[in-house]
Design a protein around this ligand. Structure first.
Ligand code: TRP
Length: 456
C-alpha cells in the first residue's frame, strides 16, 4: 500500500507555494534586464498581455493535469493518457527540472555571498571600478561559489524533506509575506531618491516605436519563464491542491502576484539606477545587473547616508535569496515526487539523490566561470548551455505539448469538471480557453522557439 498522498492544508498555503515557485530570479533579475533591453514601458505592456493571454491558460492546463491525476508530473500523463507517448511530456519536465535547478543554484548561491558582503559592510566606499573586479574575482574562484551553492541546495533540501505541508507550505507562508514586505520597503526607498524621475519615466511612458516582433516574442518568453510554466512544476503543486480550490481563481492570483512582484522589482531597480546616474535607454542595465550594477547603484544613490546604503543592499540581497529559495523548492519537488512515486523511494532518499546530483551538476556550472571556462559546446560554456537549453528549448517545448495535451487530447468533460469543481463553480469562457490551448498558445510558443533558435 502506498502511503496517503500529502496535500496543502489551506487555500492560502497552496497559492503562496505556487506563487513562490513563480516569483524568483526571473522576476528580480531577468525581468528588469529584459525590460531595459527591450525599451521599457511598451515592453511591460506587451508582457502583461502575454501573462494573461497565454500564460494564464497554460497555467490552468498544468493545474487541470495535476489535480485531476493526483500524481507527480510523469505519473500524471501515464494516468490520464495510458498507453500513449504523452508520458514523455512528463519525463521531459523532470529532466528540465534537473537542468534548471543545476544552473539556477549557481546564481542563487552568488546572492548568498552578496548578502554576506552586504552584511559585513564590504561594499562601503567602493566605486564603480571596484565592483566588476569584486564580482570577477568571486565568480572565477574555484571554491567560494561552490560553498555558496552547496549552502543553497541544502536549504532547499531541508524544506523538501519536511514534506508538502510541514515543509513547502509552511515555509512558503513564512517566506512569501517576508518577501512582500521587503519588496515594498525597497520600492518606497527607491522611488523617493532624488533623481528617480528618469527611471519612473522609463517604466511608465511607453515608446511604441521600439516595439517589433522580436520584442513581443521576448516578452512572451519572459512571461513563460517567470510563471514557471512548461515543466510540470505547477502541475506537481496542483496535485497537492484540495478539491475545493477554484483553479481559475488560484491561477489568476498567481499571475497577479508574479506580475506585481516583477513590476515592483522594476520600480526598485530603475529609479535607483537613474538616481545613481545610469543611462537606462542605452542599455546600461545588462546581464551583470545584480552583481555589478546594483551594488554600485546602492552605494552611489545613497552616497550621502552610508547607513541607508548598508540597509538597502542587505535587504535587497535577502529578498533575492527568499525569492530564489521558494523557486528552487518547487524545482526540487518535481524531481523528488517523481522519484518517490514512480520508483517507490522514501521521500528523504529521493530528495537526497536530487540534492547530491544538483550539487555535482551545479559545481560543473559554477566552475565554468573559472577553471572550466575553456570547455564549450557550440560556443557556450556549461552554465550557458544549461541556461540556454532549458529556458529556450525545453520549457517552450514542454509548454507547447502541455497546451496541446489539454486542448486536443483530454476530454472536455474532464477539463470542465476540474475547472468547475464538478459543477459547483460557474465557468465562463471554456470555449475560448480551449481555442487558445489548441491554436493560439502552441503557435505563439512555436514563435518563441523559432525566435530563440534564430538568435542562437
Ligand atoms: N519562475 C522562476 C523564476 O521566475 C524560474 C522558473 C522557471 C522555475 N521554470 C521553473 C521555477 C520551474 C520553478 C519551476 O525565477
Amino acid at each position: 500500500m502506498r502511503p496517503m498522498r500529502e496535500k496543502f492544508g489551506s487555500k492560502l498555503g497552496a497559492v503562496l507555494a505556487a506563487a513562490g515557485s513563480a516569483v524568483g530570479l526571473g522576476n528580480i533579475w531577468r525581468f528588469p534586464i529584459e525590460t531595459g533591453r527591450n525599451g521599457g514601458a511598451a515592453f511591460i505592456l506587451i508582457y502583461i498581455g502575454c501573462i494573461f493571454l497565454i500564460g494564464l491558460p497554460v497555467m490552468l492546463s498544468e493545474f487541470v493535469i495535476g489535480r485531476s491525476s493526483q500524481c507527480n508530473t510523469a505519473g500524471a500523463y501515464r494516468k490520464l493518457a495510458p498507453g500513449t507517448q504523452w508520458k514523455w511530456v512528463g519525463r521531459l519536465g523532470v529532466l528540465t527540472g534537473f537542468v534548471i535547478m543545476s544552473y539556477y543554484v549557481v546564481v542563487a548561491g552568488w546572492t548568498i555571498q552578496y548578502a554576506w558582503l552586504a552584511l559585513t559592510n564590504q561594499f562601503a566606499g567602493r566605486t564603480a571600478e571596484d565592483f566588476p573586479v569584486i564580482f570577477n574575482n568571486f565568480a572565477t574562484n574555484p571554491w567560494q561559489p561552490i560553498v555558496c551553492l552547496v549552502i543553497f541546495v541544502w536549504l532547499t533540501h531541508y524544506v523538501i524533506v519536511k514534506g508538502v505541508t510541514r515543509g513547502i507550505e509552511r515555509w512558503s507562508k513564512i517566506l512569501m509575506p517576508l518577501l512582500f514586505v521587503l519588496v515594498f520597503i525597497l520600492v518606497v526607498a527607491s522611488v523617493c531618491m532624488p533623481g528617480a524621475g528618469e527611471g519612473l519615466r522609463f517604466l511608465l511612458q511607453p515608446d511604441f516605436s521600439k516595439v517589433n516582433s522580436v520584442v513581443a516574442l521576448n516578452a512572451m518568453g519572459q512571461a513563460f519563464y517567470s510563471l514557471s510554466l512548461g515543466m510540470g512544476a505547477l502541475c506537481t503543486y496542483a496535485s497537492y491542491f484540495d478539491k475545493q480550490i477554484s483553479l481559475s481563481r488560484a491561477a489568476m492570483n498567481i499571475c497577479l502576484i508574479d506580475t506585481l512582484i516583477a513590476l515592483m522589482a522594476g520600480f526598485i531597480i530603475f529609479p535607483a539606477a537613474s538616481a545613481a546616474g545610469y543611462r537606462l535607454q542605452s542599455g546600461d542595465i545588462g546581464a551583470s545587473l545584480l552583481f555589478i550594477t546594483l551594488p554600485n547603484v546602492f552605494q552611489q544613490a545613497f552616497a550621502a547616508v552610508p547607513l541607508l546604503s548598508y540597509v538597502f543592499s542587505l535587504l535587497f540581497y535577502l529578498l533575492i535569496i527568499l525569492a530564489a529559495l521558494t523557486s528552487t523548492i518547487s524545482l526540487h519537488e518535481v524531481v523528488t515526487s517523481y522519484m518517490t512515486e514512480e520508483f517507490g523511494f522514501k521521500r528523504s532518499r529521493a530528495a537526497l539523490i536530487e540534492t547530491v546530483t544538483c550539487m555535482l551538476l551545479g559545481c560543473l556550472c559554477s566552475l565554468s566561470f573559472g577553471p572550466l571556462r575553456g570547455i564549450k559546446l557550440a560556443g557556450l560554456t556549461i552554465f550557458d548551455l544549461f541556461d540556454w537549453t532549458s529556458s529556450n528549448l525545453l520549457l517552450p517545448i514542454g509548454g507547447m505539448l502541455i497546451s496541446l495535451f489539454v486542448g486536443w487530447y483530454l476530454k472536455r468533460e474532464l477539463v470542465r469538471n476540474e475547472l468547475t469543481n464538478y459543477g459547483t463553480l460557474r465557468l465562463r469562457g471554456l470555449r475560448v480557453l480551449i481555442f487558445i490551448l489548441r491554436f493560439v498558445a502552441p503557435l505563439a510558443i512555436l514563435g518563441i522557439l523559432l525566435n530563440q533558435l534564430h538568435l542562437f
